[in-house]
Ligand binder design. Structure first.
Ligand SMILES: Cc1cc2nc3c(=O)[nH]c(=O)nc-3n(C[C@H](O)[C@H](O)[C@H](O)COP(=O)(O)O)c2cc1C
Length: 232
């Protein structure tokens, strides 16, 4: 039983975890949404984005894939450098898919192999015209991937990004040039059944999503000073 002495937000989290566990126990469940329990209202799309490990084996139509990368294309970037490339592997191209899977660390490959699409973002570390270091290339690639992710979510797909891959292996496997840096791998696909995961991963799949409070990272006037609007 959930008592009434818990703060409202904690009760909501516990109710949700209990509810999900109940659904899992009573049949198949695909979790499209694992909404953030926010302290203040935010856009539904942002609230519902999350990183699953259970994916359905359903392929992603090519026109949908094109839209995801079109969304990435229209991300802002410093000087409009657009310092991104995405290497993409769809499951129907078995050789390419196996090559991408082989770049992931074992833990990630274990669950990501079920996703219909794997991708790797790559950043151009030098500016196009002058060949000078581009200090914000990684930032811009992350921003493009965020746009791709929200486009995917709006189309019923989920994206799980991964730092757990071997950068040197990726460079070799895909002939990535020296001025380009592999940034993040990602699994893209439709939500799957958490029952297909190992017990440990299933627990993580169903665990509530957590974040630091705004007071820890929104500062004003100097380092360590929480911005006044955060608290009042
Ligand atoms: C750049 C990046 C790298 C990540 N690397 C991994 C990874 O290697 N393996 C993994 O299982 N999850 C990885 N994640 C997922 C994070 O653990 C996840 O985003 C975080 O726990 C917050 O959960 P949420 O996305 O569901 O809100 C990564 C996420 C990002 C953005």
């Amino acid at each position: 039983m959930i008592g009434t002495d818990f703060p409202k937000i904690e009760r909501r989290k516990m109710h949700r975890a209990t509810h999900l566990a109940h659904l899992i126990a009573h049949g198949k469940l695909e979790i499209m949404n694992k909404p953030a329990v926010t302290d203040v209202p935010i856009l539904e799309l942002v609230r519902n984005r999350w990183s699953p490990r259970a994916f359905a084996e359903k392929p992603v139509p090519r026109e949908v894939l094109r839209s995801l990368f079109e969304a990435a294309r229209w991300a802002p970037s410093s000087n409009n450098e657009q310092p991104w490339v995405y290497l993409v592997a769809t499951k129907d191209d078995a050789e390419n898919f196996a090559k991408m899977l082989g770049v992931l660390v074992e833990f990630n490959a274990g669950w990501a192999k079920h996703a219909p699409v794997l991708a790797l973002s790559v950043a151009h570390l030098k500016t196009q015209r002058e060949g000078k270091p581009n200090r914000v290339a990684l930032h811009d690639v992350g921003s493009a991937t965020a746009q791709l992710t929200f486009e995917a979510n709006s189309r019923g797909l989920l994206v799980h990004q991964m730092a757990g891959f071997d950068s040197d292996k990726a460079r070799q496997a895909f002939a990535i040039p020296a001025d380009w840096e592999p940034v993040a791998a990602m699994a893209i696909g439709y939500p799957g059944d958490p029952e297909t995961l190992s017990e440990r991963l299933r627990e993580r799949e169903l665990a509530p999503r957590t974040r630091k409070p705004l007071s820890e990272f929104v500062m004003s006037g100097g380092w360590g000073h929480t911005a006044p609007f955060v608290t009042r």
